[in-house]
Design a protein around this ligand. Structure first.
Ligand SMILES: *[C@@H]1O[C@H](CO)[C@@H](O)[C@H](O)[C@H]1NC(C)=O
Length: 237
């Protein structure tokens, strides 16, 4: 009799736990904040109405993403506050260690959002340390250790303990999963992908260089400036 009761209790406990964990895994969609890292403007929220919004989907260990960053950065510097960049991550399954490298960006962004793009540039520069044939024999633990080291270099050594903690904390894992899911939900299946004001940048069949960005963005910025004259202000008032 007593045994049966214990068994029943166990069953109920397992049932409750099963429900709890099922609910917990689905819990993080939608996320509390929009996915993405804002370039050069981490603290203030950008005014979507006033700027052309470029959304870039990068994999930090993807060579094509790496090659597309300098011309985009140059274009952003040219346009200043007329253009905003929101960077999303899509860790691709065929780039070794892309998930942990993407997670490192969330780790850094949580600790000091001014260091997110410096880390991205670091990862781009040393991609071959983390991906490809020469890393196949390395354990996952040693890759994480290496990425923690890099992250510490970018953030400063006083952050070491917070970084280690952040890599074992589920928050950053969930943030990285959300990045993946967000990209998938937007129909992004490779990197780099770019959206401009919500529309997919047409594929021009080659990496988009500085001049190509100018060709796409110049008319949009000009059109936005046009709406800022007196007449249209009256119109909106
Ligand atoms: C955050 O990162 C930026 C860029 O690397 C650096 O200049 C700044 O000192 C950092 N702030 C803190 C509090 O660590």
């Amino acid at each position: 009799m007593v045994l049966l009761t214990v068994e029943r209790r166990m069953k109920i406990l397992f049932l409750v736990l099963a429900i709890f964990f099922t609910a917990a895994t689905a819990d993080y969609i939608p996320p509390p904040r929009l996915d993405g890292f804002v370039y050069n403007n981490p603290s203030s929220s950008f005014a979507l109405q006033d700027t052309v919004l470029i959304e870039a989907y990068f994999d930090p260990l993807c060579p094509d993403s790496r090659d597309s960053w300098p011309p985009l950065k140059q274009a952003l510097q040219h346009y200043g506050s007329s253009v905003s960049l929101l960077l999303h991550l899509l860790p691709l399954p065929y780039h070794d260690n892309a998930f942990v490298a993407s997670r490192a960006l969330h780790v850094v962004n949580n600790l000091n959002s001014s260091a997110t793009f410096p880390l991205l540039e670091w990862l781009f520069k040393y991609q071959e340390k983390f991906s490809g044939a020469q890393t196949r024999e390395l354990s996952r633990a040693s890759i994480v250790e290496e990425i923690v080291k890099v992250t510490t270099q970018v953030l400063g050594s006083s952050y070491y303990n917070s970084i280690v903690k952040s890599f074992s904390d589920t928050t950053t894992e969930i943030q990285t999963r959300v990045s993946f899911k967000y990209a998938a939900s937007r129909g992004v299946y490779g990197t780099p992908f770019f959206y401009v004001n919500g529309f997919l940048l047409p594929d021009i069949g080659e990496a988009i260089d500085y001049n190509a960005w100018r060709k796409v963005i110049d008319p949009l910025v000009a059109a936005n400036k046009g709406t800022k004259n007196e007449d249209s202000i009256h119109f909106f008032l």
